[in-house]
Design a protein around this ligand. Structure first.
Ligand code: NAD
Length: 270
């Protein structure tokens, strides 16, 4: 059995992950620790009960370093600041790391990439099979439509409590399209539009973030041309889809050498 710590255990994803480990969503995983931020009102509670399931005999703590020795790997769905703070501990303890946190800047991602020179890491802005398939399809479509007059726009919709925009998944879809078009995303990305914007240049990828209610996560990539519009869409209806992917990554990681892996590697997608 691989012993797993959930970092961000009192959060929305943390709770679904704990229930997933307890219900055997991916085989061979056992809950060894549950960590959240200092001051979290649930510290000391049983992590299984907190997650809405059976008692796990694991108390929620704010001390990752103290529980790391008893674990093989950490699944991290927290905040960029928390993920950055965990990095030196992950390196020093030499434990595998699944990073689902989004909203990281390039220099923050570089900290995780640096950790991956020492430990095996799976990092993905979206752990669902469907979205990872979408990444592949969007890249293929962009390559096929390159230079043929199709404008690329990305629309995402999430719940009102989401802290970052555009979503990490929308940015990854933009990266996939940019790869297919042989563009650099940072040179062509436009975040929403307002005012007198003038005509849309061809070399542009637009991002549009909608926030409201309890929407788990919807993404659409448009390839719009004169006379037709091709749309690729994904709708997550439950956080379980992300948890399943993260737990599959956790089950896949042990025994891998140090390196930065993606969900494409875990899921075996080309
Ligand atoms: P959330 O706010 O419900 O949970 C985050 C948890 O992290 C909270 O309980 C918070 O207290 C905890 N936390 C904050 N600082 C901490 C620290 N220093 N140490 C330990 N814990 C700390 O958010 P959520 O909806 O569960 O999402 C968490 C992250 O995962 C976000 O970045 C979100 O965008 C991302 N996410 C990724 C995927 C994916 O598939 N990769 C899917 C869903 C959400």
């Amino acid at each position: 059995m691989q012993k797993v710590i959930i970092l961000g255990a009192a959060g929305r994803m943390g709770k679904v992950l704990i229930r997933g480990v307890q219900n055997g969503l991916a085989p061979g995983l056992q809950l060894a620790g549950a960590v959240d931020r200092p001051g979290c009102p649930d510290l000391g509670k049983d992590a299984g009960v907190l997650a809405g399931g059976a008692a796990a005999n694991v108390a929620l703590t704010d001390n990752l370093w103290a529980v790391l020795p008893g674990a093989d790997l950490v699944i991290d769905f927290t905040t960029p600041a928390s993920t950055l703070a965990a990095a030196p501990m992950m390196i020093a303890a030499k434990k595998a790391w699944v990073v689902g946190t989004t909203g990281m800047k390039l220099e923050e991602k570089a900290v995780v990439e640096n950790a991956a020179t020492v430990i095996p890491v799976v990092m993905s802005t979206n752990m669902s099979l469907g979205v990872n398939l979408l990444f592949c399809l969007v890249e293929q479509a962009a390559r096929a439509l390159k230079g043929r007059g199709y404008d690329v726009e990305i629309i995402e919709r999430h719940h009102r409590r989401k802290k970052d925009a555009p979503s990490g998944t929308a940015l990854s879809l933009g990266e996939a399209a940019a790869r297919g078009l042989e563009w650099k995303l940072s040179e062509v990305a436009v975040d929403g539009r307002t005012g007198i914007t003038g005509e849309r240049p061809a070399a542009q990828i637009g991002f549009h973030a909608v926030r409201g209610g309890d929407i788990v996560g919807d993404h659409t990539v448009l390839f719009a041309a004169d006379g037709e519009c091709v749309e690729f869409s994904h709708r997550a209806t439950s956080r379980e889809t992300f948890a399943l992917g993260a737990l599959q990554a956790a089950a896949w990681l042990p025994g891998r050498s140090a390196g930065l892996y993606s969900m494409r590697d875990v899921l075996g997608l080309a």
